[in-house]
Design a protein around this ligand. Sequence first.
Ligand code: CMC
Length: 429
Amino acid sequence: MLNIKNTGTATLTIGDKTIKLPILEGSEHEKAIDIRALRKETGFITYDPGFVNTGCCKSDITYIDGEKGILRYRGYGINDLADTCEFVEVAYLLVHGTLPNKKQQTEFSEHLNNHSMLHEDMRHFFNNFPDHAHPMATLSAMAVSLSSFYPELEDTSTQENIDYKVTRLLSKMRTAAAFSYKKSIGHPIVQPRHDLTYCENFLNMMFSTPVNNYQVDPIVAKALNKLLILHADHEQNCSASVVKMVGSSEANLYASISAGICALWGPLHGGANQHVIEMLERIIEEDNGDVKKVIERAKDKNDSFRLMGVGHRVYKSYDPRAKVAKQMCKDVLAKLGTNDPLVDLAQELEEAVLADEYFQSRSLYPNIDFYTGLTYRAMGIPTNMFTVMFAIGRIPGWIAQWLEMKEDPHGRIGRPRQIYTGPTQRSIS
Ligand code: CMC
């Protein structure tokens, strides 16, 4: 851990018992009360559904200031990384803590190339999924299957082994994602190529066919690179917490990532990017583009409908990733010379959200998923693949968080407590 200070104590009085709890402060002056001794000293636990106030670890990886709209990976601002780096460099940064030098980057890229193919037996798995299978289900199954094909990588003790594991996951998950798409449209799969970059390879595997000599559009490859960087990590979010929870029982990395993919799939998390597009389509088809009606529904407490791509647990100002994604969406559409009525509708909806007292008073702003789906759509990525794109981008973050948890000297199996509210003891007779 780089910087953690013990800056005093908090006093807690329960009945006639008073205890002192240490106050911890991180490198960006975030403060926490260390309650590890609470139950032992008082018999009490804390109650915090959704872990809104609960810090589960100390971490050197990603910093977010939700009030100011700041996101940094290992100290670097998200805008700088998105503007200047390759996704592969950011993956290295998250896992190793520093940006790679030329030699390290070359070696890392070579590993990625060497691991890009799927074991032939794994390739056959795709034949047995139904055509309508959601690609997130396929991706999760493929992730956990890696542990049976490459069990030797369970050892994380050497740095070299970590790089093998990281590059194998990054590379093979990208291949599996593209294969799952090809399977869903009944096309033959396209193998990865060593002469293409990470993003070019993915696009080629998605869009090349035996009858069309697909040329990767550099605008699309650049946009994909940026989007993957925006997705790459977001500290202790739902899926990262799941990855760590599974890993805390000493299950292997692949099993942990597979669980993370499932957590990401939900519409309140990464699945929101797919649901944003479906919501916009419905507004056009069923509500004649009536934004006011949709806003009223979202505000109605008797209606379970929520605006997808709006609101965030941590950001109480504009999501910095959404800012980048919104600009990128405009740029990509302009460069590709495409018009999309859904983008105009999204902008109208955003303006209505920002002007409405309900959303203002709850600090609800567009989040990353509001504009990323529209950008993927402009790039030709089908809607049911949007969350898969998020997952590919998030893999380095999940790995970095998992590795940090493994090295944490205070790490223990994740096991929350509860307040039991069921019947007290009763007998059957
Ligand atoms: N539409 C309407 N009302 C909302 C919305 C929304 N999208 N989001 C939050 N609210 C309201 C909510 O009803 C509550 O109102 P009240 O105080 O009157 O009860 C208040 O805002 C606080 O919401 P919450 O549910 O307590 O907030 P949370 O931190 O538990 O949930 C969230 C965060 C992201 C799950 C939620 O904002 C949401 O459901 N958003 C839509 C789904 C979405 O876009 N998810 C992607 C998140 S960003 C990508 C990622 O990290 O994966």
